[in-house]
Design a protein around this ligand. Structure first.
Ligand code: PLP
Length: 355
């Protein structure tokens, strides 16, 4: 038995992997693979339609927003956001709460002025800054809602008249959000939605074309919105597997139901980290991520033996990111509570043997 705590790409329920693999051989009894049917065929258009409508339903996307299924990963959005929203001479406000935020900042600087309103870099990103002001004339405010590498999450978004752009790559569909509070939400699909290769973008229609810049077609939100995300060949398999996963999520009771599970899973794991004398959590308690649980050992010499002990018990992917060290258990939507319990039992057993 393997328990996959890896940070990605693509952690999906077993039943979704099974249905997706069946469609590779025979999609909906067409006798053709999902990989070979035309992306312009009515069967595939129906896949796109259902995917878009399930995203709108599960995230409660209001009128006035377009849902786009793009490629290039969240990393391309670091570029597309300023290209589409940041006009000549304008300034965008950015919150620097981790490695992905700083990559977004680097790209935005290519297109205009960037005002980093706050940063937790000096504290190795162990907290999400809360004390900052967003200038009223900023073109937009950018934040990362979940810091995948450092294990912190932004639970309260600022109240501002400036459009909020959020990179939700690692917590999209894991908790309820109010889409109307945002100008743009984007996410690489590969944590809670589907396989890598697909990027979800939810963009407020009135923001399209806002920069006044001449844009290459592939980098223009409006082109993709006008073509229902079929301007060029889309990531057909990633879209189809995402659709299967969205159906799974809906059948489970949707985002509110999975959020409850995610709270239960993360509370249980953090409780063990706080209780067990061998472990500690490096992040500010109120900012602790429900998706990526980072922890270290009081005695760093025990880290290697614990990793080996956990691997022997089927734990996969718990080594912390190379820039942080320690451990990181990614507990995305698809990871059941029983896997979290297995990790907790492993930590308990290790402490009994090494206490
Ligand atoms: N933003 C966040 C929060 C991420 O976790 C990641 C990848 O893990 C990225 C951006 C980069 O995404 P991509 O690899 O899809 O470009």
């Amino acid at each position: 038995m393997k328990y996959n705590f890896g940070a990605g790409p693509c952690i999906l329920p077993q039943e979704v992997f099974k249905q997706a693999s069946e469609a590779v051989l025979n999609f909906n009894n067409t006798g053709l693979s999902i990989l070979e049917i035309s992306h312009r065929a009515p069967e595939f258009e129906a896949v796109v339609d259902e995917t878009l409508s399930l995203i709108k339903e599960l995230l409660n996307v209001p009128e006035g927003y377009s849902v786009l299924l793009l490629q290039g990963g969240a990393s391309l959005q670091f570029t597309m956001v300023p290209m589409n929203l940041l006009g000549e001479g304008q300034t965008a406000a950015y919150l620097d709460s981790g490695a992905w935020s700083s990559k977004a900042i680097k790209e935005a600087k290519l297109f205009g002025n960037v005002n980093v309103v706050a940063s937790s870099k000096d504290a190795n990103y162990t907290f999400v800054p809360k004390d900052f002001e967003i200038p009223a004339d900023a073109a937009y405010f950018h934040c990362t809602s979940n810091n995948t590498i450092f294990g912190t999450e932004l639970f309260n978004f600022p109240k501002t008249s400036v459009p909020i752009v959020s990179d939700m790559s690692s917590d999209i569909l894991s908790r309820e959000i109010n889409v109307a509070d945002f100008g743009i939400i984007y996410a690489g699909a590969q944590k809670n939605m589907g396989p890598a290769g697909l990027t979800l973008v939810i963009v407020k229609d009135e923001l399209m074309g806002k920069s006044g810049r001449k844009l290459p077609s592939m980098l223009d939100y409006k082109v993709h919105a006008d073509n229902k995300s079929l301007y060029n060949t889309p990531a057909v398999f990633s879209i189809y597997a995402s659709l299967l996963n969205l159906r799974w999520l809906k059948a489970k009771g949707g985002v509110a139901a999975i959020e409850k599970e995610n709270i239960e899973k993360s509370n249980a794991l953090y409780a063990e980290i706080d209780r067990n004398p061998l472990f500690k959590g490096p992040c500010n308690v109120e900012d602790r991520s429900r998706m990526n649980v980072c922890f270290v050992m009081e005695n760093p010499e025990l880290e290697k033996p614990f990793l080996k002990f956990a691997q022997e018990r089927g734990m996969v992917g718990i080594k912390g990111h190379r820039s942080v060290g320690g451990f990181r258990a990614s507990i995305y939507n698809a990871l059941p509570l029983s896997s979290v319990q297995a990790l907790i039992d492993t930590m308990k057993e290790f402490a009994e043997n090494n206490g």
